[in-house]
Ligand binder design. Structure first.
Ligand code: MN
Length: 242
């Protein structure tokens, strides 16, 4: 697996996390390693954040990143590893992606699905942002956005509207429709994800309240627009389009 491949599974999560840590450390931007934050024993490991807790401030504070990554994201791994050691032992040899796909189809495994999908979604969310991000995509991604939405301004408006409008907890997505061969915008509830439903995730924004409430309280729109304008990592999104 290439270092920049964003596939997350239990076999490569540690390796990828360590590689990402080495790259960031070499760039001299990481204040302190965070890969060692407790996440329970078990096959599923959450990769380290690709930047320091305070790297997204002031758009997203170190306080929010610390709780969101350290408690929420890691907490899903702790819960999933506990399930894989007991009631969901039959899933213990599967990759994270396969746990998501398999458990989605089984109503008795809703808890496993929720934890697994949330682990995947959060890692994808963190990688979709970077300090000094924002701006506009270039190349093939720019072209596909133009084909699907008219231009970047129209895409941005539609992506923000769908993400802000997601009722209650969930996620806003830019995804590639593998059947129609075009970019689409989706809003999903709770842990649901385009992954494994015929869509390739390109970019996401978390709109669970824990993602913004400490910094923005009820002003979800301000958070979403600030992430799009100042944090989106379009290079990551372009790699996902391939
Ligand atoms: Mn979250």
């Amino acid at each position: 697996m290439k270092r920049n491949d964003n596939t997350i599974d239990r076999r490569t999560a540690m390796k990828t996390g360590a590689a990402a840590l080495a790259v960031v450390a070499a760039a001299g931007t990481l204040a302190k390693p965070n890969i060692a934050r407790a996440q329970g024993d078990g096959p599923i490991k959450v990769p380290a954040l690709p930047y320091a807790d305070d790297a997204l401030a002031p758009v997203i504070s170190a306080n929010t990143v610390g709780f969101h990554y350290g408690k929420h994201h890691i907490g899903y791994a702790t819960a999933l590893n506990a399930a894989l050691a007991g009631p969901a032992k039959d899933y213990a040899a599967l990759s994270l992606e396969d746990i998501i796909k398999t458990s989605r189809a089984n109503p008795n495994r809703a808890g496993v699905f929720n934890a697994a999908a949330q682990i995947w979604n959060h890692t994808f969310y963190w990688n979709g942002m970077k300090p000094g991000g924002g701006g506009e995509p270039t190349g093939k991604l720019k072209d596909e956005i133009g084909k699907a939405f008219g231009d970047f301004a129209k895409f941005k408006e539609a992506f923000a509207r769908a993400t802000i409008g997601q009722f209650a907890s969930g996620w806003g997505w830019l995804a590639w429709d593998e059947k129609e061969k075009k970019l689409v915008i989706q809003a999903t509830s709770n842990a649901e994800t385009p992954l494994g439903r015929g869509f390739k995730p390109i970019l996401t924004i978390d709109v669970w309240e824990h993602a913004y409430y400490l910094d923005y309280q009820n002003r979800r729109a301000d958070y979403v627009n600030a992430v799009i304008d100042k944090l989106v990592n379009w290079e990551f999104a372009a790699k996902n389009l391939g």
